[in-house]
Design a protein around this ligand. Structure first.
Ligand code: R5P
Length: 219
């Protein structure tokens, strides 16, 4: 099976977590895009969605699926999204598509985070995938210097502006031995909007696409 077929399989398998009559939190990226295709097949049974990016919003709307503002929603049963890496504690690196901040907000509103990923995303130690950090543009150099002190090699993602009007620094060569502590440290740097480390709030369920079918992991 190709990687995209594995992503499609997990995207569709997440449908079983969608309860009729609810508002569903929807992620961003190629795997979440398959979930949107799947969700469209039961669009008349759900109340609508909250979306983590302009790209996902556009795709949801193209299917005629209602998209609510996150401010209109008190709580969500589930948030379904992909990941760039996930470890065995269900902690993740996200933000390869620059949507990390809105993703973290919707994950915070949701009771359950359902991570959908192909098996190439499962790692023992997070950090091979460069860790994205969304930064206020005027703080870019300062934040880069602070991230360098943490032992990584921050690289400015040229030409990318997030949906919130900010920039991204990707931290290369940082093997993350203490994800919870690191998430807090990076979030505390002035000028950082969000780090794409989802450690304090990881996934509750992971649906992992493998050549032998979709495996479900829970803590
Ligand atoms: O900003 C993007 C998101 O965090 C994505 O969920 C993540 O990059 C995984 O994307 P994909 O499903 O395309 O591998």
């Amino acid at each position: 099976m190709t990687q995209d077929e594995l992503k499609k399989a997990v995207g569709w398998s997440a449908l079983k977590f969608v309860q009729p009559g609810t508002i569903v939190g929807v992620g961003t990226g190629s795997t979440a895009s398959h979930f949107i295709d799947a969700l469209a097949s039961m669009k008349d049974q759900i109340k609508g969605t909250v979306s983590s990016s302009e790209a996902s919003t556009a795709k949801l709307k193209s299917y005629g699926i209602p998209v609510f503002d996150a401010n209109e929603v008190d709580s969500l049963d589930i948030y379904v999204d992909g990941a760039d890496e996930i470890n065995h504690h269900m902690q993740m690196i996200k933000g390869g598509g620059a949507a990390l901040t809105r993703e973290k907000i919707i994950a915070a509103i949701a009771k359950k985070f359902i991570c959908i990923a192909d098996e190439s995303k499962v790692v023992d130690v997070l950090g091979k995938f460069p860790l994205p950090v969304e930064v206020i543009p005027m703080a870019r150099s300062y934040v880069a210097r602070e991230l360098f002190k943490l032992g990584g090699r921050p690289i400015y993602r040229q030409g990318v502006i997030t949906d919130n009007g900010n920039v991204i620094l990707d931290i290369h060569d940082l093997l993350i031995s203490e994800p919870i502590t690191l998430e807090t440290k990076i979030n505390n740097i002035a000028g950082v909007v969000t780090v794409g480390l989802f450690a304090n709030r990881g996934a509750n369920v992971a649906l992992i696409g493998t050549a032998n079918g979709v495996k479900e992991l829970k803590l």
